[in-house]
Write a protein that binds this ligand. Structure first.
Ligand code: HEM
Length: 504
């Protein structure tokens, strides 16, 4: 039996639904097609438990490239083709560049000022993007080459020392490079508390932004209900996420400020912003902006590059011929006397194509990050409602037979020759005004790590303990915003004594 309070809560929660139904029934064009919806729930009952991008791609074969779904009052528009993603998120960026209003993540977890969540109409947005562009453009990132190269060498040394922990090593490498870029912080060891901050935050973020997970995202009024009311345990979960996110944002920033005060800071994004040339102290608002942008760098840059590196190990263990061809190319250009550098990129087209194919076959962000449409719109005769959550199904775009023939075959050659297929980076890093600002930095990190590893090491599949045969690893990727491959069994060994000397 419902108590009177619970009944009141349910009625209060449903009021906005009735208001919303009334408001949204007054347009002439039809919604994009989609699977049949139930009253009130919409498509909630059909949401897949995991890997929704695969289900959306299947649905789009039945209903067409643009899908419309509803989860209570939340309207989702899923774009399953490159053309629709470009036409809306790029060409109509003026109205497709906001982020979804998500009271759970924004208000309860205190992430509304995070780079990823802030609306493009918020006065801070331009400042955030300008700071990101200034620090991550191709010229600015040249300044990070040394740290990327020295972290790549350290990665190879760790892989040699404890190859079975390769997944831990690549995650540490990705986080270390970004911690240095954002805060000037050098990671001490694998148990460094700063590394734990990003591990905790990424687990919480996966939950906090899951579509349909939090009732309050469909019924914002719930956020004002006091915690003593029955059925509000989600508020306690939100409070614990918030504590995790606050630590993730505040601790590294406070560390850099402390180093500045002691006169021992290493130049970084944060120190350069705080130590102005004219000597003026930043206002509280300015300092808060720097704190959020530095946090955006750390949040955006570590898990993503780590996931792509995980897929690299998977690919090398699955396709020894591709590995040998990459190594032959590196040997021909660099010999055994020196390690590859970013200046070798043009001379290593097969390696570059392999990286593009990793990003295509195993996208790091299969659903990108959701955009929001801020005006009612009409596209190809279909009504895209104001405030709908618009998601580019990046996985579907990168596995579209029309753009990438034979899309399930891992084939770097598709990006070579006189008629290469469309560069996968065009989709893998998102769209329009919200496209990933870390693209050049990510590419440079991947190239340096991958070429260093291939110059020194051989990655083979693990062996079956009974038959002694290779076990070719199957690709199994996690389902979240950032999709990590399951760690595989593999054997990592030194290629030659000469290679070892390069890392001494
Ligand atoms: C393989 C590596 C990476 C991939 C595949 C990737 C992919 C993406 C995607 C798909 C988005 C969402 C774009 C959209 O909304 O349309 C994004 C946003 C973002 N990325 Fe990356 N990223 C990577 C690495 C990085 C790195 C290294 C950094 C920082 C150094 C970074 C910082 C960011 C930030 C700050 C945003 C939010 C932009 C905004 O909301 O305006 N990313 N990334």
């Amino acid at each position: 039996m419902l108590s009177a309070l619970e009944l009141l809560e349910a009625v209060a929660a449903l009021l906005p639904l009735f208001a919303w139904c009334y408001k949204t029934s007054s347009h002439r064009e039809p919604y994009p097609p989609g699977p049949p919806r139930k009253p009130v729930l919409g498509n909630l009952h059909q949401l897949p438990e995991s890997h929704p991008w695969l289900t959306w791609a299947e649905w789009s074969k039945v209903y067409g490239p643009i899908l419309y779904l509803r989860l209570f009052t939340r309207q989702l528009v899923i774009l399953n083709t490159a053309k629709s993603a470009y036409d809306l998120l790029d060409a109509r960026a003026e109205i497709y560049s906001a982020r979804p209003e998500a009271p759970f993540n924004g208000n309860i977890c205190n992430r509304k000022h995070a780079v990823f969540s802030i609306s493009d109409k918020h006065p801070r947005f331009k400042v955030y993007r300008r700071l990101l562009a200034t620090n991550l453009n191709p010229r600015a990132i040249v300044g990070y080459r040394d740290v990327q190269a020295s972290e790549a060498r350290a990665l190879v040394r760790r892989l040699l020392e404890s190859p079975d922990a390769y997944d831990e090593h690549i995650r540490r490498n990705a986080a270390s490079v970004i911690l240095y870029l954002a805060y000037g912080y050098s990671v001490q060891d694998g148990n460094d508390a700063m590394l734990q901050l990003v591990r905790d935050a990424s687990l919480s973020v996966e939950e906090a932004v899951k579509p349909g997970r939090w009732m309050v995202d469909s019924f914002p009024i719930l956020q004002f209900f006091p915690e003593w009311l029955p059925g509000t345990s989600w508020k306690r979960i939100g409070a614990s996420f918030r504590a995790t996110f606050d630590r993730f944002r505040d601790i590294p920033f406070a560390w850099t400020k402390e180093q500045i005060a002691k006169g021992t800071c290493t130049p970084s994004f944060t120190s350069r912003c705080l130590l102005r040339e004219d000597g003026r102290r930043l206002t509280a608002e300015e300092e808060d902006i720097v704190k959020w942008v530095a946090n955006g760098l750390y949040a955006g840059g570590s898990d993503t590059t780590g996931a792509a590196m995980g897929s690299f190990f998977l690919v090398m263990a699955r396709y020894p011929d591709i590995q040998s061809r990459c190594q032959a190319e590196i040997d021909a250009v660099c010999g055994h006397e020196r390690l590859p550098t970013l200046d070798d990129r043009d001379a290593l087209p097969y390696v570059v194509a392999t990286i593009k194919e990793i990003l295509r076959c195993y996208p790091v962000a299969n659903m990108g990050i959701a955009h929001r449409c801020t005006e009612d719109d009409v596209y190809n005769g279909l009504h895209i409602p104001r405030n709908s959550v618009v998601i580019a199904n990046i996985w579907a775009l990168l596995h579209d037979e029309a753009t990438y023939p034979d899309p399930y075959t891992f084939n770097p050659e598709r990006f070579l020759g006189p008629n290469p297929q469309l560069d996968s980076r065009k989709f893998a890093f998102g769209f329009g005004r919200r496209a990933c600002p870390g693209l050049y930095f990510a590419e440079a990190s991947l190239f340096v790590n991958i070429t260093h590893i291939l110059a020194a090491l051989i990655i083979r599949p693990g062996l079956d303990e009974y038959s002694g045969q290779d076990i070719t690893p199957e690709p199994r990727h996690s389902s979240g915003v950032v999709s990590h491959p399951e760690p595989i069994k593999c054997r990592i060994t030194l290629r030659s004594v000469a290679a070892r000397r390069l890392f001494d």
